[in-house]
Design a protein around this ligand. Structure first.
Ligand code: SAH
Length: 345
């Protein structure tokens, strides 16, 4: 599932087969979504035997599935073939379904308010493991998603090569053929990779987790800011907009006593003035181990301050609050459960 069409062609040629077989196999995998070579009925029995010998179609299994009673959001805890877990969230909007996928098992970035940082980093996901979260979820829910956000566990730009490969796979015309205009990649601010991504001009939406416009404050809550500071990050965002013609989104989790004052809003407005952007305000999700909180009124007020300054800002609707749908919460609980010998559920 991680092989591009041309890589699959090379593999088939190596096996002494005709190149065009690759396209047939690619279609079986990405359009008809079969999980077994024996289902590929226009491939000879002999070649299917060979494929079974040389390759396997890796899949994920649903370790847990939680459905919100409030808004139909579904959260999946997927088991990977090496015993690790990642989380995927399916959300229903008026215009269709959107899916939030993970890009790593755990995360190295250590953002103070994020549950993903608590359970620790294990490894990056393969392109196929990112892709299969979508295929398995679509199969389980009996739907097709119209939008994808890379906002689950992990830092996508810390797994840059596999994530870019995933973009190419999900959008391959001979396969799933999804326009990358419907894909959003969220980053805590790995500046050199923002430049690389901009140069590819894939048509993606870039979402930047800003959370503070003050350099020192941002370093306190997001350690990545010690490596790439706010000014470097904003410069990279401007470059992304200029290079791609796409608007960037700034994610801002409003946290009481941390980043929610009028002075914070003014600083933010000054920082992003003139950038073609949108600010997405998020009431911070409660994470058991942390005591960050937001009063709903605080978020609304912050939005008003920004709007008065001419900044395009909206408050993000909270989905799946009854099923711990925010990133990292379910994996963290599964790990704890394992440590306790499965005593808690
Ligand atoms: N590593 C990437 C993508 C994963 S996090 C990134 O940092 O952008 C997806 C979004 O959720 C980010 O904007 C992140 O800052 C935010 N987030 C994490 N924990 C949160 C919490 N407890 N409340 C609100 N937003 C949170």
């Amino acid at each position: 599932m991680s092989l591009s069409l041309s890589e699959l062609e090379d593999e088939l040629v190596k096996l002494g087969e005709k190149k065009f077989r690759a396209k047939q196999i690619f279609q079986w995998l990405h359009q008809k979504r079969v999980s077994d070579f024996d289902e590929m009925t226009n491939i000879s029995v002999q070649l299917r035997g060979l494929l079974n010998q040389c390759f396997c179609i890796k899949s994920l299994f649903i370790a847990k599935r939680l459905e919100s009673c409030i808004d139909n959001t579904v959260k999946y805890l997927y088991g990977l073939s090496d015993g690790n877990y990642v989380e995927t969230v399916l959300m229903k909007y008026n215009y269709g379904y959107s899916i939030c996928v993970s890009t790593q098992v755990g995360c190295k970035m250590g953002c103070r308010f994020c549950a993903s940082a608590i359970a620790g980093y294990v490894r990056s996901l393969e392109p196929s493991e990112i892709l299969m979260q979508i295929y398995e979820t679509e199969k389980n829910a009996g739907i097709r998603v119209s939008g994808i956000v890379l906002m689950g566990i992990g830092e996508p730009l810390d797994n840059y090569d596999n994530v870019v490969k995933f973009f190419r796979l999900i959008s391959a015309p001979e396969g799933n053929n999804l326009s990358l205009r419907h894909v959003t990649v969220s980053t805590c601010g790995i500046v050199p990779k923002i430049y690389e991504l901009a140069k590819l001009r894939l048509g993606l939406t870039l979402s930047v987790s800003l959370h503070s416009a003050d350099n020192d404050r941002r370093s306190e809550i997001m350690p990545v800011n010690n490596t790439y500071n706010i000014n470097e990050l904003i410069r990279a965002c401007r470059y992304y907009v200029d290079e791609t013609g796409r608007r960037v989104t700034f994610e801002y989790a409003v946290i009481d006593d941390v980043n929610s004052s009028k002075a914070d809003a003014d600083k933010l407005a000054d920082l992003i003035r003139g950038i073609n952007c949108h600010v997405n305000l998020i009431p911070v999700n409660k994470v058991k181990e942390r005591n960050f909180k937001t009063a709903r009124e605080g978020v609304e007020k912050f939005a008003e301050y920004l709007q008065k300054r001419g900044i395009n800002a909206t408050v993000r609707r909270t989905l799946g609050s009854d099923i711990e749908a925010a990133c990292g919460q379910l994996r963290r609980d599964a790990l704890k459960n394992k440590e306790n010998g499965g005593a808690e559920d």
